[in-house]
Design a protein around this ligand. Structure first.
Ligand code: NZQ
Ligand code: ZN
Length: 384
């Protein structure tokens, strides 16, 4: 049975070519803006010029240098800047890391206390600065969701915060901004969005027909158009479909009333913190192993996935295994590795991974809350 739910999605999307110009009207003229960005891609691909053009009548201060897997030490510098300059609006221009770092800034600025407590101890928050964004990397869904993931390299922590207060007011989604993505980041984005969808779909059936069919639509779109981008990065339609698919993959529309898994993400975050692997790369390693380990618990939905997404027509008792194998092949087709050994990683750091997982996730994880530290260890070994 579908669980009761409430659903409200206040982020306004401006989708398509040239939409960066709408910044001129999307942000109040009176706003004092912090314009955040990453390592500089926006200054090479024409995105920054378009933002500058649109913000001619606005006051803004730039803050660049937010790294992939946004670092607490870096974004705290932005928090100081916002407080000092009395800025009151955050415009994030970049991928999920710039967005998530900006979300952290938005809650940290008015927070009375140590801001790290917000993601690390889940300290309650009651207010946040408003955020808007120009997305340049379709992957995380951060442009339309209430999550942010931040890292602290000194302590090897990668932790999340959740609040409706950090949903962006608007998201500018211009697929042409993604033409300049390196192949690795394009592929990462497709795989991340695919796994977000699986985390909400490949659980157990509750007869959520809309949720299931929306999820299958997202999966099919990523399967069809993701690989096209490897050969033709300038394919506008494929860029557009992947961008919208990634947004739908994690803006909560797929998760209403149905069970969620999220154990691959929980383990994956520890792998990024310990090995420095890209977020999507961690998922490409963990998902096939975890789904194989949990195949009986996930059999009904994986069978449905095999039949509806991978067009499997064979013996239904083998359909779930087929879905897992096709998922692994898709990740590999996108150029990601699906085993630790493919990356030269052995089991020597597994104790640290498991220790950090226990620290961050003391309760068992997964849709059945059955993946404890012991099971997680088995999954890590299956992924070798
Ligand atoms: O920093 P710049 O120079 O902009 O370069 C970035 C970065 O090096 C580059 N890039 C982005 N757009 C580009 C571009 N290069 C050329 N052209 C463009 N148009 O791509 C690199 C990676 O960017 P990043 O923002 O780190 O990637 P992604 O969007 O995959 O974000 C990953 C982060 O988001 C978190 C991940 O854990 C990770 O920290 N996630 C956030 C979620 C959320 N908020 O809901 C959910 C996800 O599951 C995920 O955990
Ligand atoms: Zn993800």
């Amino acid at each position: 049975m579908i669980s009761n739910f409430s659903f409200y999605l206040p982020t306004k999307a401006y989708f398509g070519k040239g939409q960066i110009a709408t910044l001129a009207t999307a942000i109040p003229k009176t706003a004092r803006i912090l314009l955040t960005y990453g390592g500089g891609s926006i200054k090479k691909n024409g995105v920054f010029e378009q933002v500058q053009q649109a913000l001619q009548a606005h006051f803004y201060i730039e803050f660049g240098g937010i790294e992939a897997n946004p670092e607490y030490e870096t974004i705290m510098k932005a928090v100081e800047l916002v407080r000092k300059e009395k800025l009151d609006f955050i415009l994030a221009v970049g991928g999920g890391s710039v967005l998530d770092g900006s979300k952290f800034i938005a809650v940290a600025v008015p927070f009375d206390g140590e801001p790290w407590d917000i993601p690390y101890k889940k300290a309650p928050i009651s207010t946040a600065l408003p955020i808007g964004c120009v997305l340049t990397l379709p992957a995380t869904g951060s442009e339309m969701n209430h999550r942010a993931v931040v890292s602290r390299r000194a302590t090897q922590d990668k932790v999340s915060l959740y609040s409706d207060l950090i949903r962006p007011q608007f998201a500018i989604l211009d697929p042409t901004t993604t033409f300049s993505l390196p192949v690795r980041q394009t592929a990462n984005g497709v795989v991340d969005a695919f796994v977000h969808t699986l985390e909400q779909y490949a659980t157990y059936p509750v007869n959520g027909k809309i949720q299931d069919r929306f999820a299958e639509g997202v999966l099919l779109t990523l399967l069809e158009d993701g690989p096209k981008l490897l050969d033709n990065p300038m394919d506008y339609d494929a860029r557009a479909n992947v961008m919208w698919a990634a947004t739908q993959g994690l803006n909560d529309i797929l998760s209403v009333g149905v069970p969620g898994d999220w154990s691959s993400h929980a383990i994956g975050h520890e792998l990024t913190a310990v090995y420095g692997l890209d977020h999507a790369q961690t998922l490409a390693i963990i998902v096939p192993a975890l789904f194989t380990h949990q195949i009986e618990n996930k059999r009904d939905k994986l069978t449905q996935m095999a039949q509806r997404v991978f067009n499997y027509q064979g013996d239904s008792s083998q359909a779930a295994e087929f879905a897992v194998q096709k998922t692994r092949e898709f990740f590999e087709q996108m150029g990601l590795k699906t085993r630790f050994s493919d990356l030269g990683i052995d089991d020597s750091q597994f104790p640290l991974v498991l220790q950090k997982l226990a620290e961050h996730r003391p309760q068992a994880i997964g849709e059945h809350k059955n993946i404890d530290n012991y099971v997680a260890k088995q999954i890590l070994y299956m992924a070798l």
